[in-house]
Design a protein around this ligand. Structure first.
Ligand SMILES: C[S@@+](CC[C@H](N)C(=O)[O-])C[C@H]1O[C@@H](n2cnc3c(N)ncnc32)[C@H](O)[C@@H]1O
Length: 285
């Protein structure tokens, strides 16, 4: 067991929990990173996947008495943990109706952690049906996303894996950039940040921070330096030509030709891609 993990308070609480719990060792450092600021706050914390209840006891100690700890499981036996002060809901995380009923009763929550069935539909349903009900400043945390790469039981890799869904969320948050020229959707309006850890994906919700982005300048625009982005290949030649034909006259025919060659030319794109492919190969090895 890694020594740094053993020192973490969340790991100590895991070991001291009075009921059986299973977690992966690397998760404890992620928990400390993403959850520590919610300790001793009046929060609603939801965990999907109760099993024996071991993690619920850990969370109660970790977040403190002001926190309401809620468990969700498909197994009706989980209900008996209510005598220990937890609120338990019995239901299927893939079921839209379950979530509607759940949020009707509980209202908005701060944190939801999915340690349930770990299948694509289950993980994706948690995010999709919970997103409207997470308070600003809250998080949706999906565990065991390594299942997105596993064939047995999980039918992955697949176009519809949870990880591919999460990558699509990354696309959705980029809609806030005017460069994409796309309308904001519900995801782009709610999710401020997506974090990928090994086997954990975290969505941080903050609708106030999810505005359509805008370029801002702190000085007059004509003070801006020449951008050398397109000068990597034949830069000196391009600058010479630009000076001679381009910058002088905005509508210049030569300027248009030079721009076509140097800004959009497939040769430069091709040269870039040779280098990029090499880097991709190293990453995929
Ligand atoms: C890995 S265990 C949870 C372990 C627990 N969090 C702990 O650390 O002690 C997964 C649990 O998810 C529950 N589960 C599986 N599929 C589910 C579903 N579709 N909806 C709700 N719960 C589900 C299982 O019954 C099981 O108790």
């Amino acid at each position: 067991m890694n020594k740094n993990i053993q020192k973490l308070s969340i790991y100590k609480l895991f070991n001291k929990s009075k009921k059986y719990s299973i977690k992966w060792s690397s998760y404890f450092q992620v928990y400390e990173k993403i959850f520590s600021r919610y300790r001793n706050k009046k929060i609603k914390f939801v965990e999907i996947g109760v099993a024996n209840g071991g993690s619920l006891f850990m969370w109660k100690k970790y977040f403190g008495n002001k926190a309401k700890i809620i468990g969700i499981d498909l197994n009706p036996k989980a209900k008996k943990l209510e005598k220990n002060g937890f609120k338990i809901y019995i239901g299927n995380q893939s079921d839209k109706k379950f979530w509607e009923n759940f949020y009707k009763k509980e209202g908005k929550v701060d944190l939801i952690l999915d340690d349930g069935g770990h299948k694509n539909l289950q993980q994706i349903s948690t995010v999709h049906h919970s997103l409207p009900y997470i308070k600003d400043g809250g998080k949706i945390v999906i565990e065991d996303t390594g299942t997105s790469y596993v064939k047995k039981e999980f039918n992955n890799p697949s176009r519809y894996s949870f990880i591919n869904f999460a990558k699509n969320v990354v696309d959705a948050i980029h809609r806030r950039s005017p460069l994409l020229k796309k309308e904001l959707n519900f995801y782009s309006k709610k999710i401020f940040l997506v974090e990928f850890f090994e086997s954990i994906v975290v969505f941080s919700i903050d609708s106030k921070k999810c505005f359509q982005n805008k370029e801002v300048h702190n000085k007059a625009q004509n003070e801006w330096a020449i951008d050398y982005r397109h000068n990597e290949y034949f830069g000196k030649l391009k600058l010479k030509l630009d000076k001679k034909y381009g910058l002088l006259n905005k509508r210049s025919f030569y300027r248009r030709i030079i721009r076509k060659i140097f800004y959009k030319n497939f040769i430069f794109n091709f040269l870039d891609n040779i280098k990029i492919k090499k880097i991709f190969r190293e990453l995929e090895n």
